[in-house]
Design a protein around this ligand. Structure first.
Ligand code: SAH
Length: 449
């Protein structure tokens, strides 16, 4: 076992899924933040267990050519981004590698390389921010959680967000400080304002502000709206009632205080209505490229019925509608399903149906009704497909399954399960939807044998 506080020499050989460096020291895997593969470093052990340890770089002996100065002054503390210490080429390489390794190791594939849709222009790409609010010496401030904690790191200007989004944060904080609006305290479960949520349409430039509060009312709403109206694009203010303890940002009840309660945006040539609770990819440019890849890989014809499981507000479903005979979307969040139906109407799409419910159960139900699915698209959350989904897909046996995933490990697990049920992997592509952050998206196609 390695000794705590002792300094060892190590070479970084790989990355964790969170983007930390990994070194093998005396047979033990040591996780080291802010490290780059190939670097030789002196590492101080901060935590030592039998099979693994955590350490920190005290000195870099051989610097990677991919190392760079961090453009963000709080990058080291803030838990938002993971890769400001490396150039984009290394980030893209490691993300493609992660997807490839998962598909090989867990999915039983033998891929020698895997392409990635790169996103080298990472400035201001995020169309959504959720700032936790905190206080320091009686003054409110907002930022992002410090890595692995719930203490808030103040960030004047977050480089992956548009300026308008940060301007909303500043306007809300200004209002909170002027009117003494109580800030929520997690430990005592008292206070009002928990999170400032901002969504801005990349094309429409419309801004939705949603304040998550431990209560049902906000004081001085006209004064807050007055401040927000100075920000170009501000359209609507919504309150999200969240009186529960825990990490969830938004509650289940929404009260519109100003404007329509949603914004619109254009994606893949279609107009979408977006409510606060609805999922919408945060990187517009890359999402569009990802969906275009999904449409290409699906190889749909006018005779096809397409089933889109985990469809959100119907982005992929509706983007595929014009190529298909019929499209069916399934989504569990009622507000998102309402948005999806409205999105079909507002785009004049008549061959789309949406169902609210669990993807697996809905798919089993459709299968029982004898509805034939030619192509399936699945885009589940990180935990991947549930057993019902796999079962339903196996029984329906669509010609193609296009799987969009935000977790390569569960993707690879599901690929293996689907291969055992008569499919083979046709295409695999990583897509960088979160440049500077460790998450990686991927898309694969499985074809029936
Ligand atoms: N395809 C959409 C949304 C993908 S995100 C897009 O690209 O915009 C995953 C979606 O799955 C979310 O909208 C989430 O609400 C939904 N979801 C989560 N669990 C689900 C379940 N068990 N059944 C159906 N949908 C679910």
């Amino acid at each position: 076992m390695l000794s705590k506080n002792q300094i060892y020499e190590a070479v970084i050989c790989d990355y964790t899924t969170e983007g930390q460096g990994i070194a093998k020291i005396e047979g033990c895997a040591v996780f080291i933040p802010n490290a780059i593969v190939g670097e030789k470093c002196l590492v101080r052990i901060e935590k030592a267990q039998k099979t693994w340890a955590a350490g920190k770089i005290t000195q870099i002996l051989e610097r990677s050519p991919h190392r760079q100065n961090r453009p963000c002054p709080v990058a080291k503390l803030c838990g938002g981004c993971d890769f400001h210490h490396m150039d984009y080429a290394e980030e893209a390489r490691l993300k493609a590698e992660r997807v490839r390794c998962c598909l090989n190791r867990i999915g039983g594939e033998d891929l020698e390389s895997l392409p990635i849709l790169e996103a080298p222009d990472w400035h201001s790409y995020r169309n959504k921010a959720q700032y936790p609010v905190s206080t320091e010496k009686g003054k409110a401030y907002a930022g992002f959680f410090r890595r692995g904690t719930h203490s808030v790191v103040e960030n004047q200007r977050c480089l992956i967000l548009p300026e308008e989004t940060d301007a909303v944060k500043d306007a809300v904080i200004d209002y909170v400080n002027q009117y003494g609006v109580p800030v929520y305290d997690e430990l005592s479960h008292t206070g009002l304002l928990r999170h400032i949520y901002v969504r801005r349409g990349a094309v429409s430039r419309q801004i939705l502000v949603c304040l998550a509060v431990n209560g049902r009312k906000l004081p001085h709403v006209p004064e807050l709206v007055g401040r927000l109206q100075k920000i170009p694009g501000f359209l609507t203010l919504v309150l999200s009632v969240n009186t529960k303890k825990g990490n969830a940002v938004l509650g289940d009840e929404f009260i519109t205080l100003y404007g329509p309660g949603y914004i619109e945006d254009t994606l893949c040539g279609l107009n979408f209505r977006l409510s606060p609770r609805s999922f919408y990819q945060v990187n517009h440019h890359q999402a569009q490229r990802l969906y275009e890849a999904a449409i290409r890989q699906a190889e749909i014809t006018k005779a096809d019925t397409v089933l889109d499981l985990y469809c959100g507000v119907g982005t992929i479903t509706l983007a595929m509608a014009s190529a298909a005979g019929q499209v069916i979307g399934v989504e569990v969040i009622p507000q998102a399903v309402e948005d999806a139906k409205d999105n079909a109407r507002r785009n004049g799409i008549e061959n789309a149906e949406f169902f609210c419910g669990d993807a697996g159960q809905a798919a089993l139900e459709l299968e029982k009704q004898g509805r034939n699915m030619d192509v399936a698209v699945v885009d589940p959350p990180r935990k991947g497909l549930n057993a019902d989904c796999i079962e339903a897909l196996a029984r329906m046996h669509p010609r193609r399954i296009v799987y969009v995933s935000c977790d390569p490990a569960t993707l690879a697990r599901d690929v293996k399960l689907l291969k055992e049920r008569g499919y083979r992997l046709k295409n695999a592509l990583a897509a960088d939807l979160f440049p500077r952050c460790a998450h990686v998206e991927s898309i694969v196609t499985l074809v029936a044998e």
